[in-house]
Design a protein around this ligand. Structure first.
Ligand SMILES: *Cc1c(COP(=O)(O)O)cnc(C)c1O
Length: 479
């Protein structure tokens, strides 16, 4: 069906009807008038409708099926939160409304800040940053500002483990630091000797994801924090995916000084499709003066934007941040409650470990042992059948599943990173496991040509570089 509209254009087919013009024809200045025939497909209305519907049917999302994309938390988001975020009073709120006219919105932001503090163990949050990477840049700029204000100007490097998300080094550099890579140890955690050796008086801090992108919780976290702090560094926590920790443990209690959260992963905003997202950044008390302006504050019974922050790192975004995304997070936290959030984390961790032990005889885990909200397996054993991780992923599409994350983290060969999240039923997880096992068997038997998979989709293998660099985004008439 896709391509129908492109292939069935025929001169004279019309898909609209307009009444005759009842105003005089206006003369346009020469040069602005298009003298050439437009290259547009000529089709009927029903053909357009079918084309658009066919395209929509090819779109895959959490609402259509299981989406185990690791490091991304593609979970189902309760519709009630979407509905509340469309309430007129919020949607139509003008950004320049005087504070007496938007007390409710400010109160929501003030309370959300407090909820994030309770969940993470931090003391204050800015709600302004618009995405994970933006939050990282905000947090690292706060760290930069902190050292600078103390005259500690030698600290211009940041330690980042080799398992880190690619945005970490990019954000550190964007905030004026150089990066030093710390290798992982044999269990997937931070190599303590390397940390010890590299934690010098030139290091501003350590950026850490815990559980990390291998799905592993680093048991040395308290010792890591001690080493970094005792030598004058600060700890930055990449909390893009908080789905393993909510209600169970808190980065603030591990010793982290700065934290960001991706609301578009963990807190009820759909992830993907280009946003809008939001990544609030939380800090411990001693860093509060460095937060971006303005900060939502309260004086007696009145909420307001505090601009009087002389040590602030400055402004990072428009005053309200992505307000409606914040609102969804607020509704999510309030409807789930402390017990519900904890249950979500427990369920997410259980699902990931269930998948891990049900397939690790065929796809061994990158690092053995319990994982957190995601499990990272390896497709290496299939290499002997000339089948790679990406082939497994393409074949999964034929079984009706969105592929997991592939080839990340880089430290695990043929990585298959699976994040089932808490929102899937056991039946759905079981059918995914069955598909993974069936695909292994297909590879072993060698009866299908994996290089042609997916076999059931409109498009099979695309040249991914070409698709990204020179996409064809509009119809042109065939010569
Ligand atoms: C998604 C993610 C990020 C980046 O978040 P964006 O909103 O895509 O910028 C950073 N770190 C980790 C661990 C992530 O999973």
């Amino acid at each position: 069906m896709i391509g129908y509209i492109f292939n069935n254009s025929k001169a004279g087919k019309v898909g609209y009807s307009l009444p005759p013009s009842d105003v005089p024809k206006a003369e346009l200045p020469k040069g602005l008038v298009n003298e050439k025939e437009l290259d547009l497909p000529e089709v009927t209305e029903v053909e357009v409708v079918r084309h658009v519907t066919a395209m929509a049917k090819e779109t895959y999302g959490v609402d259509t099926g299981f989406y185990p994309l690791g490091s991304c938390t593609m979970k189902y988001n309760p519709r009630i939160n979407e509905e509340l975020a469309t309430l007129e009073g919020f949607v139509n709120l003008h950004p320049d409304t005087p504070i007496e006219g938007c007390q409710g919105a400010l109160e929501m932001m003030y309370n959300l800040d407090k909820h994030f503090c309770a969940i993470t163990g931090m003391d204050a949050f800015t709600l302004a940053p618009a995405a994970g990477a933006h939050g990282e840049m905000t947090g690292m700029s706060i760290i930069h500002q902190y050292h600078k204000s103390r005259g500690d100007t030698k600290r211009n490097k940041v330690l980042i483990p080799d398992s880190a998300h690619g945005t970490n080094p990019a954000s550190a550099v964007a905030s004026g630091f150089e990066t030093v890579t710390i290798p992982s140890n044999s269990s997937g955690g931070v190599d303590m000797d390397a940390l010890d050796k590299n934690m010098t008086d030139e290091i501003a801090g350590l950026m850490l994801t815990n559980p990390n992108t291998a799905g592993i919780f680093d048991p040395n976290i308290c010792e890591i924090a001690r080493i970094v702090h005792s030598r004058g560094g600060l700890l930055y926590y990449d909390g893009a995916n908080l789905n393993a920790l909510m209600g169970i443990s808190r980065p603030g209690d591990f010793g982290f000084d700065v934290v960001h959260l991706n609301l578009h992963k963990t807190f009820s905003t759909p992830h993907g499709g280009g946003g809008p997202g939001s990544a609030p950044v939380g800090v411990k008390d001693f860093l509060k003066p460095y937060l971006p302006v303005p900060h939502v504050a309260k004086n007696g019974d009145t909420y307001y934007f505090d601009y009087n922050m002389p040590k602030s790192m400055g402004r990072i975004r428009a005053t309200w941040g992505n307000f409606l995304v914040l609102l969804k997070a607020y509704c999510y936290i309030r409807t789930m409650g402390p017990k519900g959030l904890k249950q979500a984390s427990e369920h997410a961790v259980l699902s990931a470990n269930y998948i891990r032990v049900k397939i690790n005889d065929l796809y061994p885990e990158g690092f053995p042992g319990l994982c957190m909200h995601e499990c990272v397996m390896s497709g290496s054993p299939l290499k002997k059948f000339n089948v790679l991780t990406k082939d497994v992923s393409k074949r999964l599409m034929d079984y009706g599943f969105h592929p997991p994350t592939n080839y990340f983290p880089l430290i695990i060969p043929e990585a298959i990173m699976i994040e089932p999240t808490e929102s899937e039923s056991k039946e759905m997880v079981d059918s995914f496991i069955a598909a993974m096992r069936a695909i292994y068997k297909e590879a072993e038997e060698g009866k299908i040509d994996f290089s042609l998979t997916p076999l059931t989709k409109e498009v099979s293998r695309v040249d991914e570089t070409k698709a990204a660099r020179t996409p064809i985004l509009r119809w042109t008439k065939k010569a």
